[in-house]
Design a protein. Structure first.
Length: 331
């Protein structure tokens, strides 16, 4: 059986950035339902930090990374939507994208349109598909219509900047929060109708002011512990709180009874991987994302690039909130 060399980043135990080590491995031929892909660029995401640090517990040893783009080298039996030589991109379980090449399930790998570069493909899949399911699928009762207000935390991050642009294209009034005036300006440039610097303003008071005291239909929150309580109070009656991350730490347990007096509000914890559990679902979401990008409605901002061997510094910067937009690892 043939084998092919690959440099990978892996960890033997959860912990700090120093746990990430280079290793040389060989990968073989794809089995049924699998492909072998050679990466041209790799995406960096906060979920990588959670998996490295142990916020999300995974079996060891672990090869990190959830997103990349490259060229398909071989396909296994039963794979019909891809062939050797295809440009492709993915956001996919299991982790393992921090490498030169890998064998992986083909289900969540999508053919990359020629109009989208490998770097853009690597930067956009996990964050873009997340923005897609948030705005199109994780919707409040009655859905979202043009003119509706929504609150989006971390609006200058990778998911946030895509969501700002997409929300504008949909006619939605996105209120974005960020941790500096510069980040707020970036969110505003990308389509946020209103911005709030949460380090100098009370975002709850500002949301009430912006909405004339009514609150928003939906809050999209990847921050977690630090924003949770006030976010619930930003919701209009029957509003929806969508938790999809915990950058500041996990939300503390709470009593469901509090949701009634706050306006019979809804709470959901969403993960992309439920939405892309099927080949058909993944492709439909990816097609929507590809159309948004190729039409120009959404521009993917790659604001940081690190060589794969500098992945420790990339994680440090991500955790220190020094990044904006998308970050990629280059090979």
């Amino acid at each position: 059986m043939s084998s092919f060399p690959s440099r990978v980043i892996c960890i033997d135990q959860h912990g700090g950035v120093e746990q990430m080590k280079f290793a040389n491995v060989t990968v073989g031929e794809p089995g049924p339902g699998e492909i072998r892909i050679r990466h041209h660029a790799i995406g960096l995401n906060f979920i990588d930090v959670y998996q490295r640090s142990g916020v999300y517990q995974l079996p060891m040893p672990l090869q990190l990374g959830m997103e990349a783009a490259g060229v398909v080298e071989a396909v296994g039996a039963g794979v019909t939507h891809l062939k050797a030589g295809d440009r492709a991109a993915y956001a996919s379980q299991p982790p393992g994208s921090y490498c030169e090449r890998r064998v992986m399930p083909a289900k969540c790998v999508c053919k990359l349109p020629d109009a989208i570069s490998f770097e853009t493909g690597a930067a956009m899949m996990l964050k873009g598909l997340t923005a897609q399911f948030l705005l199109k699928r994780a919707q409040p009762q009655g859905g979202l219509q043009a003119g509706d207000f929504l609150l989006f935390h971390a609006a200058a991050g990778g998911v946030g900047l895509i969501a700002c642009q997409w929300a504008r294209a949909l006619g939605l009034q996105l209120i974005g929060t960020a941790g500096s005036d510069a980040k707020c300006a970036l969110a505003k440039e990308n389509g946020a109708a209103h911005v709030i610097n949460y380090t100098s303003e009370d975002f709850l008071a500002r949301v009430k002011e912006i909405t004339g005291g009514k609150g928003v239909k939906v809050v999209y929150d990847s921050i977690g512990k630090d924003t949770w309580d006030k976010s619930l109070d930003c919701l209009a009656p029957f509003g929806l709180m969508v938790s999809f991350g915990n950058a500041s730490g996990p939300v503390a347990p709470f009593a469901p009874g509090i949701l009634g007096p706050k306006g019979s509000i809804y709470v959901t914890r969403q993960t992309l991987f439920t939405h892309i559990a099927t080949r058909e679902g993944t492709q439909a979401m990816a097609d929507d994302l590809f159309e948004a990008v190729t039409s120009g409605k959404v521009k993917i901002h790659i604001d940081q690039r690190y060589a794969l061997e500098d992945v420790q510094q990339a994680h440090r910067d991500l955790e220190a909130r020094k990044t904006t937009g998308c970050t990629i690892l280059t090979l």
